[in-house]
Design a protein around this ligand. Structure first.
Ligand SMILES: [Zn+2]
Ligand SMILES: [Zn+2]
Length: 336
């Protein structure tokens, strides 16, 4: 079976792997589609942690082909989306319910072979059955939406809030739609690329501007700054901007993933007098089922995204098109 393997050398190679068989408590799925995300680009660049050699892909869905001994609640033929994050269940964080902060957290597509392959073996506990009629195109978005749902919880948006979203990529557009659904009265998307701003506007952003006009837009639409700023670009410039755009008493959420080792300078005086709340948001603790409900209900429109589909053989193109900003989401479709 074909798979996109990330090796120590910092490259992704299409390799032929032996067919998979499920062990106790495991299932094997035929992968329908697997999204390529910014984290995958970071892993390949060596700026985000991973355990190579590993088959990449943590945003994927497929159809169960076989189940291992002891799996009783799943059966072949069911469509599932995979929650890639595997917590140990027994560390001090897991025992406090903070499974995403697990001391032994491992992830499919990062530490264990993931979904950029024709087949994937995974613990049955990581599989979430998709409701009948769940749109095929929406399935690989369950994982990013589950992370964004946690982000919305962490940001604490209240009805009537003005929300600024920096970055109009997949995550930014998911956050835009979730913010509106959470009751935001106004949403401002800050994004350098014109075509991405247009789509943000189409998805209901009050206004979409590039970085040079962000301050002006916030000044025009608010009394003293945004109630909530969600940083989804993963750049230090955007984090700086996010801290500036929040009102006194506002919340700034760091959601986008900056390269490890990068830093921003923060003026403690400003944090203190403006009483800012700065929160991080990491992956998807207990939000996977809600993400499936949200996508099934059509609350998030993924049909508005520019999606580019590639076979496993074309994985390099999938990465480069995403890196160059030519698409919202590169998708690996093994059967294509
Ligand atoms: Zn991702
Ligand atoms: Zn744990």
């Amino acid at each position: 079976m074909k798979a996109a393997l990330f090796t120590q050398s910092g490259t992704v190679n299409v390799v032929d792997r032996p067919e998979k068989h499920p062990g106790p408590g495991e299932i094997v799925i035929a992968v329908e589609s697997c999204g390529v995300c910014g984290t995958d680009l970071h892993i390949v660049e060596g700026t985000s942690r991973s355990t190579p050699p590993v088959v990449l892909g943590h945003e994927f869905a497929g159809v169960i082909e076989s189940i291992g001994p002891g799996v009783t609640d799943l059966h072949p033929g069911q469509r599932i989306a995979a929650d890639p994050n595997i917590s140990c269940g027994t560390c001090s964080y897991c025992r406090r319910g903070l499974v995403h902060l697990c001391a032994r957290l491992r992830a499919l597509g990062v530490d264990i072979d993931g979904g950029m392959a024709e087949r994937c073996v995974l613990p049955a506990a990581q599989a979430h059955v998709l409701p009948r009629g769940f749109p095929v195109d929406a399935a690989p978005f369950v994982e990013p939406v589950s992370c964004a749902v946690h982000g919305i919880d962490r940001a604490g948006i209240k009805t009537g809030d003005t929300v600024v979203i920096t970055g109009g990529g997949t995550i930014g557009l998911i956050m835009l739609q979730l913010s509106r659904h959470a009751g935001a009265s106004q949403t401002i998307v800050v994004e350098p690329l014109g075509w991405k701003r247009e789509i943000a506007q189409r998805l209901g952003a009050t206004i979409a501007v590039d970085g040079t006009k962000a301050k002006e837009a916030v000044r025009d639409l608010t009394v003293d700054g945004a109630d909530v700023v969600i940083e989804c670009a993963g750049s230090t410039t955007a984090v700086d901007m996010a801290l500036e755009l929040a009102r006194r008493g506002g919340t700034v959420e760091v959601f986008g993933v900056c390269r490890s080792g990068q830093s921003v300078s923060v003026e403690p005086h400003s944090l203190f007098f403006r009483e800012l709340t700065v929160v991080g948001s990491y992956v998807n603790p207990h939000t996977f089922a809600r993400a499936i409900e949200i996508l099934a209900a059509g609350i998030i429109r993924v049909d508005a995204f520019r999606v580019s589909r590639f076979s496993i053989d074309n994985v390099h193109n999938a990465f480069s098109v995403l890196r160059d900003g030519g698409t919202h989401k590169s998708m690996i479709v093994p059967a294509s």
